[in-house]
Design a protein around this ligand. Sequence first.
Ligand SMILES: [Fe+2]
Length: 274
Amino acid sequence: MAKLIHLSDLHLVSPGTLTSRVLDTNAILEETINEIANKIEYFGQIDALVVTGDISDDGSLESYISAYEKLGKLNVPVLAIPGNHDLRIPMRKIFHEDVEFSTSSTQFDWAFQHEETLIIGLDTLVEGENFGLLEKESLDFLSKYLSNYQGSDLVLLIHHPPIKTGIYFMDQIGLKNSSDLSECLKSSNNPVKILCGHVHGVYHGLLGIHPVVTAPSVCSAFEFNRKKTAPVGFNKGPTGYAYFETSTDGFWTAIPSNYGSGPLKFSDGSEINT
Ligand SMILES: [Fe+2]
């Protein structure tokens, strides 16, 4: 089993500048990492950080250097995939230490093994576009691992979720070929846990027998509004990250950055004995 912290959509820019003119995403990431470090005693030992894309907002080398330096403070492997805001060349210059990249592809595809858990990261980035696409090379990379893997703890990371959210402007820029991924995953008899980002909120769905979850963004959120005319934009919260245990009796849970005040006593003032 692997115990993972799942972060997504950091949207860093060069330090000293703001994302979308209002968010100091470098400071927000720093606060989040400090918060996780302070809560490690609640979580127990963490085996890796997984980051499901949009590490950078502007694709600058400085943003990747800043992100890696902050994420590295937790002293565990940092397993990251690109999102639609990322650029492969500067990202790979910095985020290459902890994963084994595909040798047969120029895509940002990699695998990472921890005990019985196999984590595969696939690239859905189409540079210059906001939608996502899994190239044949990436699907072949996944197929190769699926056909050789005997264990049951299989985790797939992709930025663009292969499910809908109901938010019109996000679903317009979703994964274009979810059906190709679904077809590829048919060779796995065990459910593959698919962790995603992109939608800056928590969604759950299924791709065949395979569960799909999306993490909250570390820096902003998209309000759930199913109207086609919903305003296109972001809110400053709620933000957060997630904790995931990969075994079949494990779980994935989203953790908000702000719980509000507490813990407060229950109405009769009693402690709960468990
Ligand atoms: Fe994003």
